[in-house]
Design a binder for this molecule. Structure first.
Ligand SMILES: [Zn+2]
Ligand SMILES: [Zn+2]
Length: 272
């Protein structure tokens, strides 16, 4: 078969850094780019939802953030691999929107590395998609990611959770709208088999946590005793304290330029 055929399916350059790919792989991303996503590092984390913080002050004496303090429903634990930015964000987008299903393998390994090694779960539940959305995409990325996790724990990959309404894309909504959008959007099947079970709930991205909390509420209402959430990536708002970071970076750049005489040159050039 000519290589041109494969090139039609996958261009022979890395979809992240555009360097030519050597050899044939079903994954259109080079091995260097696949190594880029790193586990999230945080000095402080909410004990409930795992949100990372730069300082301790947003956490109360129980190590809970404001959202968890004010929520009716909380996770028993929440784990996440990395921050939803950079290469990890691009890889997730390739999987979800460009439908590069082969990325479920490497992304699944990252997810597994964030799963608690000593965790005990009866059921692994992938965040469901409404059938129409699943049909449009052809697969549910959370299900692809959840399968190896279920194998790891020797737990059942359960389809007990169902998305009963076709919700508007959460990303386009504000926090209040998100919660309203999610109201009554989940239901459970085979309720009798769920009492007292321990669940690990899998999703690709933890944004505000509203979707995961809504699913957790329905699972707990059905008698599930424990719900932990495991996501590949999470929104990391620490970047937004980053105003000062940006300015200090430009200060550093100006200082460097000044020390090498560039700033002087730029100023002279601009004034002439
Ligand atoms: Zn690359
Ligand atoms: Zn929290």
């Amino acid at each position: 078969m000519s290589s041109g055929f494969f090139n039609l399916i996958f261009p022979d350059e890395c979809r992240l850094c555009e360097t030519p790919l050597r050899g044939f792989s079903r994954i259109p991303v080079c091995s260097d780019c696949l190594k880029l996503p790193q586990p999230i590092q945080a000095a402080y984390r909410c004990r409930g939802c795992g949100t990372p913080f730069v300082e301790a002050f947003p956490l109360d004496e129980h190590d809970l953030c404001t959202v968890c303090r004010e929520s009716q429903v909380n996770f028993d634990a929440a784990y996440s691999f990395g921050s939803y930015e950079g290469a990890l964000r691009e890889l997730i987008h390739l999987l979800k929107y460009a439908k590069v299903e082969s990325l479920a393998g490497p992304l699944g390994r990252m997810l597994l590395s964030a799963a608690p090694a000593d965790g005990k779960f009866d059921l692994v539940v992938a965040m469901p998609m409404h059938w129409r959305k699943r049909w449009e995409r052809g697969f549910n990325q959370a299900e692809l990611l959840a399968a190896p996790i279920a194998r790891f724990y020797g737990a059942k990959l359960s389809r007990c959770l169902r998305r009963s309404r076709y919700t508007k894309a959460q990303a386009s909504l504000g926090q209040q709208e998100r919660l309203a959008n999610l109201d009554h959007s989940f239901s459970v099947k085979k309720r009798a088999a769920l009492a007292g079970k321990r669940v690990l709930l899998i999703d690709d991205v933890f944004t505000t946590g509203a979707t995961l909390r809504a699913a957790t509420a329905v699972l707990k209402e059905a008698g599930i005793s424990h719900v932990s959430a495991l996501t590949l990536a999470r929104a990391d708002r620490r970047r937004y304290d980053g105003q000062s970071q940006t300015s200090s970076k430009s200060v550093a750049r100006a200082a460097r330029a000044a020390s090498t005489g560039t700033l002087d040159y730029v100023m002279r050039r601009n004034s002439s």
